[in-house]
Design a protein around this ligand. Structure first.
Ligand SMILES: Cc1ncc(C[n+]2csc(CCOP(=O)(O)OP(=O)(O)O)c2C)c(N)n1
Length: 847
């Protein structure tokens, strides 16, 4: 450490540009830090060939064009550093002093110059081609660079007029960054042009691929951090091209930014020999284009050529597919590997220690500026090295030299309507969900596979909305009984299709990939750019992508505070193959954890629905598809299940969120019941209704009331969530003193959490999933978790306000029934017939 290295400086604006000193990989890597492995391979994996006139021109920027891009880049770097360090003296009108420095230096410099470099070049591409482009910064901690980009493009001032395009505006821009009452340090929701915060690393490509699906004119530039590239979700997301159709979808251009380091050490891909990196991505099906170095203006020339080559190749692929000359083979989409030093153009050596090109450049390369005169002087000369006097005029506005780098209007990446997807959202052409109703004459008399009905509704959504609805599912569309969609659309697949494959083609639009991260992220990208969809998954494996659900919820929550962000279609998540009926599988497949995550999130974005049957599911689904900017979690099993409500009843029940099922209990509503039997979730609803029936038959003196909850958030107080039911309704359903035996689909703690603050909340006795799982019979699952009808009956007796005669005999009978169950399932490997075939109508007391 401590070895000083040659360091380049930004170029001048309009002066003569030195000839590009083309460096091979070996030379370029040698300036990036001693830690980097140096390759002697000088052969680029692709050459600039077969390009149109436009790409030819793009690939050879004039000196003037380079000067323009370089000025914009310098301005961006200057603004980035200003945001991290300065609270006064934004244009260095006076000698920098410690009073100008923020007391807390928060932000990330290391990735920012690379992000801004790519941005400057992308803007030139857009200016020359009119290409609609969005920019996704995987390392979203480079927030100041993207804020600066929006500011230089004028978008920032258009959205936030108080951040003016002059010296006072610059001061505000700097002061607000990473500051109380200001903006966060990442490419977060307030950043114009962003659909991707990049806070939790790993999702940049899934967002990019989701954004371009059914978006044929869009190019998503996705900068992937080399640290980010070590995450599981990112590693899995390179496969996006295997699902892209060049005729119908737009394109993703990944730019893998190998700046060599993450927070505290080197990255795997940066330390690999470039030939290995190339092989890796060629293996994924990409055409790898490499640009390496820190020399200027050589880097401008080489990157311009690389971008031109990538764009030309994208347009070539699309032209062939759209012009009918595509042979159907999965195209080899371009990918740029960009090697630059971390903290490029920043302080090289600080206190005798190498900073630029190392992990030390990650956050704030000069940390002691306020109390360290040497650091202060280094900071000042660093800022002055960008020659701000050429970049900002006497009023503080960006000069013409800088501004001419910007594309116009909506083509500015910070102003792209695609990145404010609500602006482009078209409502779904929705079929009438009542048309898919299950005929229910008597409650609990017939069985049906509820999700099959939803599949039929989705089939017709595909039919009516071929450009704006998709289902995303990790390989389980059929298993989850949603297979009706295949009557209209195949699964999307861009790899080889064989005659044995079923419902699989290039034209397909049902998204099946065995990655919850990809499915979830693609749907996020799809909805963030204004289109609609569902993510359907096994309930337990929703936990694989639970963090994405939480992150997206945060995004929506923050977006709701920004009037300029138009509301986008909701993220709809169907959890099926649930904990209670995962028949083929076992404990690993049993986990209702996502409910807990969603109800725990602050704010009003999350909604959890537990429809007990098909008609309720249809009503809830219709509501979710019409809603905007929510995370809707819908939980229902795929197995045949008892149907309770007619469509009219279901609509009314779902609209209220919760209600009494008078036919299930014995309470006539004239006085408080002795016990309330409440339920939320399909399987436990059946157990509750069965328990109420047992009580009616065997303990007729006990007044029971059955309450079913569809909208879980309705249990909360209105001040805690917009769905929270009014106090009067809560008392109407649950009284304010009668004990409630609550059978819940998920973990019991969730109900306690939700009813917190309601009258005498301690009276809720909750049964739910208590992690007693295995591969066993359906009824054995509820028995193991003490949520069976017999457990509920015993709970009702224990907690009822009165104990009618016969109660202790009934308790003993329940215990006998449980003993019978245990003996029977072990002997016969299935449930007792009176349980297995139980329906409400013909319940018969066993002999
Ligand atoms: C999933 C996740 N894990 C850890 C972090 C903490 N973190 C923030 S930045 C960073 C390093 C990122 O390195 P890289 O992607 O190479 O970005 P760059 O070097 O360009 O800053 C880490 C580990 C995170 N943000 N997200």
């Amino acid at each position: 450490m401590g070895r000083s290295r040659r360091k380049s400086r930004p170029t001048g604006d309009a002066g003569p540009i030195p000839t590009a000193d083309h460096c091979g990989i070996s030379r370029a890597t040698s300036v990036m830090g001693k830690d980097l492995v140096v390759s002697t391979d000088k052969t680029p994996s692709t050459t600039v060939t077969d390009v149109t006139d436009v790409t030819e021109r793009l690939s050879r920027p004039s000196d003037d064009e380079i000067a323009t891009m370089d000025a914009w880049w310098r301005a961006n770097n200057y603004l980035t550093i200003g945001q991290i360090y300065l609270m006064e003296n934004p244009l260095l009108r006076e000698r920098l002093s410690s009073e100008h420095i923020k007391p807390r230096l928060l932000g990330h410099w290391g990735t920012s110059p690379g992000l801004a470099f790519v941005y400057a070049h992308a803007s030139r591409l857009i200016r020359e081609t009119g290409q609609e482009t969005i920019y996704l910064a995987g390392p979203g901690h480079g927030g100041p660079a993207l804020v600066a980009a929006g500011y230089l493009e004028g978008t920032y001032t258009e959205i936030y007029p108080h951040v003016t395009s002059d010296e006072p505006g610059l001061r505000r821009l700097f002061r607000q960054f990473s500051a109380p009452g200001g903006i966060p340090s990442h490419v977060s929701v307030p950043t114009p042009g962003s659909i991707h915060e990049g806070g939790e690393l790993g999702y940049v490509l899934v967002h990019a691929f989701g954004a371009v699906m059914d978006n044929p004119d869009l190019l998503a530039l996705a900068v992937v951090g080399d640290g980010e590239a070590e995450t599981g979700p990112l590693e899995g997301s390179w496969k996006g091209i295997s699902f892209l159709n060049p005729a119908r979808d737009g394109a993703v251009l990944p730019i893998l930014h190998l700046n060599g380091a993450k927070i505290a050490g080197p990255t795997v891909l940066a330390r690999k020999d470039p030939s290995e990196v190339r092989s890796l991505f060629e293996g994924h099906g990409y055409r790898v284009i490499e640009v390496t170095g820190d020399d200027l203006p050589g880097m401008h020339r080489r990157f311009a050529a690389a971008l031109a080559e990538a764009w030309g190749s994208i347009r070539g692929i699309q032209a062939a597919a759209r012009g009918g000359t595509w042979d159907g083979a999965r195209p080899r989409w371009p990918l740029i590997v960009l090697r630059t030093p971390k903290g490029w153009t920043g302080p090289d050596v600080v206190d005798g220690v190498q900073v630029a090109g190392t992990w030390r450049a990650h956050q704030v390369p000069l940390s002691g500026v306020r109390g360290n005169e040497d650091h202060l002087r280094v900071l000042e000369s660093w800022l002055r090295s960008y020659r701000p006097e050429e970049l900002f005029d006497e009023t503080g506005a960006p000069t013409e030299l800088v501004r001419r780098a910007n594309p116009a209007g909506d083509l500015r990446m910070s102003a792209s309507p695609h990145a404010n997807g609500g602006r482009l959202t078209r409502d779904l052409d929705l079929p009438d969900f009542r048309d898919y109703a299950v005929d229910v004459h008597d409650p609990g008399a017939t069985r049906g596979e509820s999700t099959r009905k939803l599949g039929e509704l989705m089939r017709d959504l595909y039919r009516r909305n071929p450009d704006r609805f998709r289902l995303f599912c990790p390989d389980e569309t059929n298993s989850n009984r949603l297979g009706a969609v295949f009557e209209v659309s195949d699964r999307a697949f861009a790899e080889r299709v064989t005659p044995e494959d079923v419902a699989l083609s290039h034209e397909g639009r049902v998204m099946e990939v065995l990655s919850e991260h990809n499915c979830h992220g693609w749907l996020e990208g799809y909805t963030l750019t204004g289109r609609h969809g569902w993510f359907a998954t096994y309930e337990a494996f929703a936990m694989v992508s639970a963090s994405q659900t939480i992150q997206h919820g945060k995004w929506l929550q923050e977006a709701a505070n920004l009037p300029w962000r138009a509301r986008i279609p909701s993220l709809n998540i169907l959890l099926t193959s649930t904990a209670w009926r995962n028949d083929h599988n076992g404990f690993s497949h049993q986990g209702p954890g996502l409910i807990q995550n969603v109800i725990t999130q602050r704010g009003s974005v999350g909604r959890v629905y537990l429809p007990p049957d098909a008609n309720c599911l249809l009503s809830v689904a219709d509501h979710c598809l019409r809603s905007r900017s929510y995370v809707n979690v819908v939980v229902i099993d795929k197995q045949p299940q008892l149907q309770w409500l007619s469509m009219e009843q279901a609509i009314e029940h779902c609209a209220r969120g919760a209600g009494v099922w008078p036919w299930a209990g014995t309470d006539d509503g004239t006085a408080d019941p002795d016990i309330v039997l409440a339920c939320a979730g399909d399987v436990v609803t059946m157990e509750t209704v069965a328990a109420a029936r047992i009580l009616r038959e065997r303990l007729p003196g006990l007044r029971t009331r059955v309450v079913n909850v569809v909208d879980l958030m309705s249990l909360t107080r209105p001040k805690d969530h917009p769905h929270g039911m009014a106090d009067t309704l809560f008392r109407e359903l649950f009284t304010d003193q009668v004990d409630v035996v609550f059978a819940f689909h998920g973990y019991p703690g969730a109900v306690h959490q939700l009813v917190h603050g309601r009258p005498d909340a301690d009276r809720f006795r909750v049964r739910g999933f208590i992690e007693e799982g295995t591969t066993t019979t359906p009824f054995d699952m509820v028995v193991r978790n003490r949520a069976s009808r017999y457990h509920l009956v015993m709970d009702a007796i224990t907690n009822a306000r009165r104990t009618p005669s016969g109660a202790s005999e009934l308790t003993a009978w329940c215990q006998q029934q449980l003993a019978r169950h245990h003996a029977y399932v072990v002997e016969h490997l299935e449930d007792l017939p009176e349980v297995r075939d139980w329906v409400l109508g013909d319940w018969a007391e066993p002999a």
